[in-house]
Ligand binder design. Structure first.
Ligand SMILES: Nc1nc2c(ncn2[C@@H]2O[C@H](COP(=O)(O)OP(=O)(O)O)[C@@H](O)[C@H]2O)c(=O)[nH]1
Ligand SMILES: [Mg+2]
Ligand SMILES: [Zn+2]
Length: 340
């Protein structure tokens, strides 16, 4: 995604306006809290956020329009919160509970900002068209490892392939199943084509990621047939109108589980990582890390490289080692660009 370059003056202006808005809303939240009977603290989950307006699910699936108490830091879709009702369907969020996981991306000033919390699973969507890029797949598996969530690979558009082509397609990505990322075949266009995915989404909070054109939107639409109804309830809860196309939103799947969706979430990218972090991102490397002859080994052509030896013996996929090297080089050149 192209990051807009803003001047320092623009950044300062944006920060000032946001701070003023936050201050005003927090003052309103304090007033509302003062008038409400205290000691009525409840737990809930943030379904979506628009500036200082939050929609909180009270866990009986009732939606509450909540304001945010000051100094709570970033509160994002998926966050579990403590809140207090201040009216019929209004409340104030007073605390954010610790996150199990957070998906982040750099904001306008280059700092990592959370965009969704408490995701448990990344669904990496591939299709025969557009042609899959192994390097991108590995970026997603690295992200999953570093965030600490599960990942699986969904081969979409199965309806475009005959049985033979489907088997070949599965074979191409069998290496991922071998290292522990389940591989399923789906179709957004065929009846029961989603069944294998539906099973995997139950009991999880998932996001779909992948290249443009692989069918993420089609899958989301098929998985959430009542999306419009859920969005309608959201805009009623905030009185802010329909806006969900731009805001990260948590949907309840009729078949069980939750899907966090937004264009931003679907197209998130890896942030800046150092070599050690990238090494941890390749789960099959773990048994070999620390066994290279040189402690600062780049796992290229150094003598006594344990990873290269493992790849030569067929214990780890060479293709993944090559993508790892490529990622290290890209991170380094990005870092140099960023510093120049
Ligand atoms: N034949 C077939 N086409 C699909 C399937 N899923 C998506 N498409 C088509 O692929 C194109 C891209 O889909 P879209 O959902 O917009 O992909 P996105 O960019 O990942 O959100 C559209 O023309 C869809 O109709 C599928 O399972 N089978
Ligand atoms: Mg789309
Ligand atoms: Zn090495």
């Amino acid at each position: 995604m192209a990051r807009r370059k803003l001047s320092d003056r623009q950044k300062a202006r944006i920060a000032r306006i946001q701070e003023e808005r936050r201050r005003r809303m927090a003052a309103r939240a304090e007033t509302a809290l003062g008038e409400s009977s205290d000691e009525d603290s409840r737990q809930g989950q943030v379904v979506t956020r628009h500036g200082q307006h939050l929609v909180v699910d009270d866990e009986q699936h009732r939606l509450w329009h909540c304001m945010l108490r000051q100094n709570l830091g970033d509160v994002v879709c998926g966050d579990r919160v403590v809140w207090q009702p201040t009216g019929d369907s209004e409340g104030v969020v007073t605390a954010v509970l610790p996150r199990d996981s957070a998906l982040s991306r750099p904001d306008y000033s280059g700092r990592d900002k959370p965009i969704a919390a408490n995701i448990t699973q990344l669904v990496i969507v591939l299709a025969p068209k557009p042609e899959p890029v192994g390097y991108l797949i590995d970026q997603y598996t690295v992200a999953a490892e570093l965030i600490g969530v599960k990942a699986l690979i969904a081969l979409n558009k199965a309806d475009l392939m005959d049985a033979r082509q489907q088997a070949d397609f599965r074979q191409r990505f069998a290496l991922y199943a071998d290292i522990g990322y389940p591989l399923i075949q789906v179709s957004a266009k065929r009846e029961h084509g989603l069944d294998p995915l539906v099973e995997r989404l139950r009991d999880e909070t998932s996001i779909l990621v992948g290249q443009s054109g692989v069918g993420k939107s089609s899958l989301v639409n098929a998985l959430i047939p009542d999306q419009e109804i859920q969005e309608g309830r959201l805009s009623e809860a905030t009185g802010l109108g329909r806006h969900t196309t731009s805001s990260t939103t948590l949907f309840h799947l009729p078949t069980g589980g939750q899907l966090i969706d937004s264009p931003g979430v679907r197209s998130f990218r890896l942030g800046q990582l150092d070599q050690q972090e990238l090494e941890r991102g390749f789960r099959e490397f773990a048994p070999y890390l620390g066994h290279c002859r040189f402690s600062n080994c780049h796992h290229e052509n150094e003598p006594g490289c344990a990873l290269r030896a493992a790849a030569e013996r067929g214990e780890i996929p060479l293709q993944r080692l090559e993508n790892f090297r490529h990622m290290v080089r890209n991170m380094q050149s990005e870092h140099q660009r960023g510093n120049s």
